[in-house]
Design a protein around this ligand. Structure first.
Ligand code: DC
Length: 220
């Protein structure tokens, strides 16, 4: 395999991107970027500081002052560790709102690119292959049917002790897909040169094997 490859994994929420990207990065011995965590963390902090998701002086000022640090699975914004605060349905909903604003996306572009460094990266999100890493070595677009995606998110939340109705999650996922794919800036869509990979019927190990095989065949 090529040394230090940049691999992108995009797709709708619940398609298995996060777990797959983390395990794939570990297997390849390279870093992992969870770009959704950046949008979540920034949305959490802006909302907490009373900055509404509207382009204007207040938001621009707040964005200019943001400092973000990522270290393994931890993320700090303005020096505060927010790792444990950002995986709630409320933060999912506000992250979708802030992330639809071009000014927010622009201000988070460089921090995402910087994560690649010299050592290769598995980058996971919505626009990794289309906008952030257009020259990535291999681009994947992971999909799964709505029911499977809702069940995965439901299980994830239950494991964290959050009881939420499956129907509610399904509604939320569809709403979020709609707003993520219909926004003007960097909408959720497969890059033309991406490999579309359906995870509905596969377990995690099977997905990792499948992707690793494609990476091997493409990067020699
Ligand atoms: O992947 P996630 O559910 O943690 O993402 C949270 C939100 O951030 C989701 O609404 C989409 C948005 N997002 C984005 O717009 N671009 C990315 N690269 C990653 C996430």
């Amino acid at each position: 395999m090529k040394k230090n490859p940049v691999i992108t994994i995009d797709g709708p929420s619940g398609a298995g991107k996060s777990t797959v990207a983390r395990l794939l990065a570990a297997r390849l011995g390279i870093r992992y970027l969870d770009s959704g965590a950046i949008y979540r963390a920034v949305a959490y902090v802006l909302d907490k500081n009373g900055v509404p998701p509207e382009d204007g002086a207040e938001l621009r000022e707040a964005l200019a002052k943001l400092t973000i640090h990522m270290e393994d699975a931890f993320i700090t914004v303005n020096g505060k560790d927010v790792t444990d605060k950002i995986r709630t349905p409320y933060v999912s909903a506000i992250a979708s709102k802030y992330s639809s604003l071009p000014v927010v996306r622009q201000s988070l572009l460089m921090i995402q690119r910087q994560q690649a460094g010299e050592s290769g990266l598995v980058a996971e999100g919505r626009d990794m292959g289309t906008v952030i890493f257009p020259d990535a070595d291999v681009k994947f677009y992971l999909i799964a049917n709505d029911k499977v995606r809702a069940e995965r998110r439901w299980k994830e939340l239950r494991e964290k002790g959050q009881e939420v109705e499956l129907d509610f999650i399904m509604g939320q996922i569809q709403k979020r897909d709609n707003s993520d794919s219909s926004r003007k800036t960097a909408p959720l869509k497969a890059a033309e040169d991406s490999v579309i990979f359906d995870t509905s019927e596969l377990n995690i190990q099977e997905v990792i094997e499948g992707l690793a095989e494609i990476i091997r065949s493409r990067t020699g």
